[in-house]
Design a protein around this ligand. Structure first.
Ligand code: IPE
Ligand code: IPE
Ligand code: MG
Length: 253
């Protein structure tokens, strides 16, 4: 991104601050490099409109597209989004089947545009339990976008934070020596995403629901009341601005 564009984004962000910043206004240095989003509220969005739940998931996919573009524009480097948890299999079979079709369709449909935008896609979670068709799309998306220089979009699909930690623990026991510690253990997490400085959850719920348990140890949490399909790029900027006003201490003074 050009320096003028970065400055313009930074100024726009500073204007969006919800509170009078106590420290510095949001400046370039305070745009988080890594942001994670728990995209929640699709079901309620659909219910409020008397629509089937699938309509909520489709509206959620549209919201994601805009948010990915804005994340890239404001200089976020890694964006991780929670698409399907290891617990979401317990939903009605019709919803699960519909979601799996939607994911398969979406990856295929959005791939050309994501390529144009230079986005690199990575999927985290257990892909072995997904359908052959979806797994094929995932592998294709990862391979096609692997050389892209832009935003790294991590999609948490059949992802569970506890499962990730158990998987890492197995490998740690098998592969790491007695001197290995936190750094070596952390390196065994799925993908190579940076720990998110900011985790956003929409729909007013205030919990992690098994998302990035290891990586979010010191993340700033931002809870937005809006249901995910209504979440806009401006809401992302507002969350980033809120993050910019937070004082991070990491246990120190
Ligand atoms: C998030 O929206 C999408 C997935 C979990 C796949 P929900 O479907 O959980 O929406 P609510 O929480 O029922 O409103
Ligand atoms: C978390 O939302 C999972 C995703 C957004 C994909 P859920 O709707 O599954 O979480 P709970 O059930 O409200 O904790
Ligand atoms: Mg939910």
């Amino acid at each position: 991104m050009s320096i003028t564009r970065r400055l313009r984004s930074a100024r726009a962000l500073a204007r969006l601050g919800r509170h009078e910043p106590r420290v510095a206004p949001v400046a370039l240095g305070r745009v988080p490099r890594s942001v994670a989003i728990i995209m929640d509220g699709n079901g309620r969005w659909a219910r409020q409109r008397g629509l089937p739940v699938g309509a909520g998931h489709r509206a959620g996919a549209k919201a994601l597209k805009e948010v990915v573009r804005r994340a890239r524009d404001i200089g976020i480097l890694d964006l991780t989004v929670y698409s399907f948890s290891t617990e979401n299999w317990t939903r009605p079979q019709a919803e699960v089947d519909d979601l799996m079709h939607l994911f398969t369709e979406l990856i295929e449909r959005e791939l050309p545009e994501l390529m144009d935008e230079g986005v690199r896609m990575r999927f985290i979670g257990h892909r072995g339990d997904l359908s052959d068709a979806l797994r094929a799309r995932i592998e294709e998306a990862e391979a096609t976008t692997a050389g892209n220089p832009g935003l790294r979009l991590f999609i948490a699909m059949n992802y569970g934070g506890r499962q990730e930690i158990v998987d890492a623990a197995r490998r740690f026991a098998a592969e790491c020596g007695p001197d290995a510690g936190i750094e070596e253990f952390g390196a065994l997490m799925y993908g190579d995403l940076r720990d998110p400085e900011l985790v956003i959850r929409t729909s007013g719920e205030q919990r992690l629901s098994n998302f990035l348990l290891w990586q979010s140890a010191y993340s700033e949490l931002c809870f937005a009341d809006r249901l995910w399909p209504d979440f806009t790029p401006a809401d992302l900027e507002a969350a980033v601005a809120e993050y910019g006003g937070r004082e991070r201490r990491f246990g120190g003074r």
